[in-house]
Write a protein that binds this ligand. Structure first.
Ligand code: GLU
Length: 445
């Protein structure tokens, strides 16, 4: 009997009540891979989609720590080990007050397809905590990371599960997490990526997500006989990903005019230069989560409480957090002449925004466009295994090649009879087939 897609989705929702973000991520994938799923009887026989939607393992734990006032604080820690069909679980840790099981399940699910697209042998996982770093001292962050790792270290390893950074987890946090892992396990291994260069990190890892999305955008433009030179660009966020994207897009000749934070967005008609790019790092390091000081320092405009999608631009790169760009935003962008939305945050656009954008402009989904970060994490794992380091040029060249391969995969599986490329379909089908075939080969595990 042929499976029915709506029944499949209804059953999933009934089995996972209240997990709205997870349902959103699954629905987008299932709708686009359904034909490929039905086309191979082995997938149905093996209930591949059902298996893919159930994490192999979910770990939830208490994270107690002592703040600077000597009080006990309790957070919740998680690691969702989603799929290990093509490699060890791989994916970031997010420390942010919006973290819930549903958020991490959507991220782990997406990561499985994203990692498959990179062509590297990495499964999918994600973890984190509802810890809020805003206003916390460095010592508090260290104590939190140590407590978090004291539990997590029982479940991860260089051949089992290799976490990295995500929102709220950067080089500093990875350093503290690595130190605690090494101390407890008495092992110096590549158990985390995004490490400092002195202890096994890879060159170009901090820049990789932003560079990767820029390279991907370049291929998207080329496929539409267009060029990045002179394009006006809106970017949201001001963290690591936004920083890398501003750097590379500016270098490629685009004019980035916005960045944003929880306090609002800045509009800088002059575009970015090195001084402004460096200042983004300073802003981030303050732990205050605001961009307004940029406007004061460089004489740009600041729009309190607003999103950058109201600016008149040719391209938009949502680079902050899930569902940051909704249907109204997408309509406003297109009405203002925006031709390309390159989703750089994970699930940065709502389902309605994606549907609208796919039909009314060119839309690249996060799991393809932002895969450069985890791709260079994969290269960091390779370097750790070899106990050897590649040069920045070597890593950047490999990153460029991977982003081109991902674009080729999207075109291969996403080009319709009318010649248009549906990047959502292309990325989902391309990522799905490799994982599905590996799962079939490995039997009912
Ligand atoms: N958090 C990043 C992502 O969403 C990177 C994960 C990693 O490097 O493992 O892909």
């Amino acid at each position: 009997m042929e499976a029915n897609m709506n029944e499949f989705l209804e059953a999933l929702e009934a089995r996972t009540p209240g997990e709205a973000e997870f349902h959103q991520a699954v629905q987008e994938v299932v709708e686009t891979v359904w034909d490929a799923y039905l086309a191979n009887p082995k997938y149905q026989e093996n209930k591949i989609l059902e298996k893919m939607c159930e994490p192999e393992r979910t770990i939830m734990f208490r994270v107690p720590w002592i703040n600077d006032q000597g009080e006990v604080e309790i957070n919740r820690g998680y690691r969702v080990e989603f799929n290990s069909a093509i490699g060890p679980y791989k994916g970031g840790l997010r420390f942010h007050p919006t973290v819930t099981l549903s958020v991490l399940k959507f991220l782990g699910f997406e990561q499985t397809f994203k990692n498959s697209l990179t062509t590297l042998p990495m499964g999918g996982g994600k973890g984190g905590s509802d810890f809020n770093a805003k206003g916390r001292s460095d010592n508090e962050i260290m104590r939190f990371c140590q407590s978090f790792m004291t539990e997590l270290c029982k479940h991860i390893g260089p051949n089992t599960d290799v976490p990295a950074g995500d929102i709220g987890v950067g080089g500093r946090e990875i350093g503290y997490l690595f130190g605690q892992y090494k101390r407890i396990r008495n092992e110096f291994t590549g158990v985390l990526t995004g490490k400092g260069l002195e202890f096994g990190g890879s060159l170009v890892r901090p820049e990789a997500t932003g560079f990767g999305t820029s390279y991907f955008a370049n291929h998207v433009l080329a496929a539409h006989n267009d060029t990045i030179k002179g394009k006006r660009v809106a970017i949201s966020g001001f963290g690591n990903v936004a920083w890398g994207a501003v750097t590379k897009l500016t270098e490629l000749g685009a004019k980035v005019v916005t960045i944003s934070g929880p306090d609002g967005y800045i509009l800088d008609e002059e575009g970015f230069n090195q001084e402004k790019i460096d200042y983004m790092l300073e802003l981030r390091a303050t732990n205050n989560d605001v961009v307004a000081p940029y406007a004061e320092k460089f004489g740009a405009k600041f729009f309190a409480g607003k999103k950058p999608w109201e600016a008149k631009v040719d391209m938009a790169f949502p680079s902050a957090i899930q569902n940051e760009l909704n249907l109204e935003d997408a309509k406003q962008l297109v009405a203002n002449g925006c031709k390309y939305i390159i989703e750089t945050s994970n699930m940065g656009c709502t389902a309605e925004a994606v549907t609208y954008a796919v039909e009314n402009c060119v839309f690249a989904p996060g799991k393809a466009a932002n895969a450069g970060g985890v791709a260079v994490s994969g290269l960091e794992m390779s370097q750790n295994s070899m106990r050897y380091n590649w040069t920045a040029e070597e890593v950047d060249e490999k990153l460029g090649r991977i982003m081109k391969d991902i674009h080729d995969t999207c075109v291969k599986h996403g080009r319709g009879a009318d010649g248009r490329i549906n990047y959502v379909k292309g990325a989902n089908v391309g990522g799905f087939i490799k994982v599905a075939d590996a799962m079939v080969a490995q039997g009912h595990v």
